[in-house]
Structures are given as structure tokens and as C-alpha cells.
Design a protein around this ligand. Structure first.
Ligand SMILES: C=Cc1ccc(O)cc1
Length: 184
């Protein structure tokens, strides 16, 4: 049986981190949901902030354990946005830095979609609009949910975010005991 919301989980190894599903709120109020799908892939959904509504599956990422229980993840996106996350899950916190190209700051609505179905539009937009100056957003975040979804679970991030979704997940109303979606 998978642990749905295990805020007491203790992280030691990279294996402890892979397969974990997190929800967290940045100090600027932006709420994100992020899944370490395997040791080189992440899925995520954005619930609050400049690009709320955006969701992404199968983003390639560099995922490393820096020292016991501390993890660094970095990737570059089809939009040209770069992301670096430092997770300290045993303390329920992380530090994230997002480097947005100017065009995403100017036209965030273009990126608010299920990106996997609009990769060409992301590539066209990053050529068409301005890259610089970049908008750098460095923030600490507080983790409000940690679930053991297991690796390569396609049901974790499988639909667009909706109002109240993160409450449903935290309240145990969204996934079954074996971490499948309840309402499909
Ligand atoms: C732009 C993507 C993104 C995903 C997760 C996160 O914490 C910050 C940015």
C-alpha cells in the first residue's frame, strides 16, 4: 500500500526521493505540485502564481543527492525557462530558482496549457519573442504534502489542475490506496 500523505517520511538515499510526489507553496504564494517520476524525469502541475494552470509530463531533469536527504534538481524547458530546485524534505522545505525568459513574463498565458501537446508553440514563441532580460524568481517553499507514488506512475499528474485539487489530494480524496486516481 502506498503512503498517501506521509509528512513524517525520512529521506536518506536517492531511492527514497525517486517516486515521491510533493505539493509546496513558495513564500511568494505560488503553489506547485511536483513528482520525481524517476531518476531523470519529472512531472508537475502549477496551482498558483504567474503561470497557474500549466502542467507538464516527462520533463528530463538532472536529479542528484548532494548529501544525505538533500536533493538538487535542474532542467531547461522547451519555453527556455530554466529551473533549479534544492529539496530538504526532512525539514519540509526547498529552495527553488526559476529563470523565466522575458517572453514568458510578457505572455504567461501562452505557457498555461498541457505543454506536451504544444511543444511546437513553445519553440516558436521562444524564437518569436524576447529572451532578455530574464526574470529570476528565487524563493523558499514549504512542503504541505509528500506521497509515495512510486516510480513511473502515470496517474500522479494526469489531468489539468483545478480549484481545490491540492486540498483534495491533501485530504486523501484524490488517489486510491495504491496511488491511482479515484475519479477518472
Ligand atoms: C517552471 C517549472 C517549475 C516546476 C517546479 C517548481 O518548483 C518551479 C518551477
Amino acid at each position: 500500500m502506498a503512503d498517501l500523505n506521509n509528512m513524517n517520511k525520512k529521506f536518506k538515499t536517492l531511492d527514497d526521493f525517486v517516486g515521491t510526489h510533493f505539493i509546496y507553496t513558495y513564500d511568494n504564494g505560488w503553489e506547485y505540485e511536483w513528482y520525481c517520476k524517476n531518476d531523470h524525469t519529472v512531472d508537475y502541475r502549477i496551482h498558483g502564481g504567474m503561470v497557474a494552470g500549466r502542467w507538464v509530463k516527462d520533463q528530463e531533469a538532472h536529479i542528484n543527492m548532494l548529501t544525505e536527504g538533500i536533493y538538487k534538481i535542474a532542467w531547461t524547458e522547451p519555453t527556455g525557462t530554466d529551473v533549479a530546485l534544492d529539496f530538504v524534505p526532512n525539514e519540509h522545505k526547498l529552495n527553488g530558482t526559476i529563470f523565466f525568459p522575458k517572453w514568458v513574463e510578457d505572455h504567461p498565458e501562452i505557457t498555461v496549457c498541457f505543454q506536451n501537446e504544444h511543444i511546437d508553440l513553445m519553440h516558436e514563441s521562444r524564437e518569436k519573442y524576447e529572451t532578455y532580460p530574464k526574470l529570476v524568481v528565487p524563493e523558499f517553499a514549504t512542503i504541505t504534502y509528500m506521497g509515495d507514488a512510486g516510480a513511473d506512475n502515470e496517474e500522479v499528474i494526469a489531468e489539468a489542475p483545478y480549484e481545490g485539487m491540492t486540498d483534495d489530494i491533501r485530504d486523501g480524496k484524490y488517489y486510491t490506496e495504491d496511488y491511482r486516481r479515484i475519479n477518472k
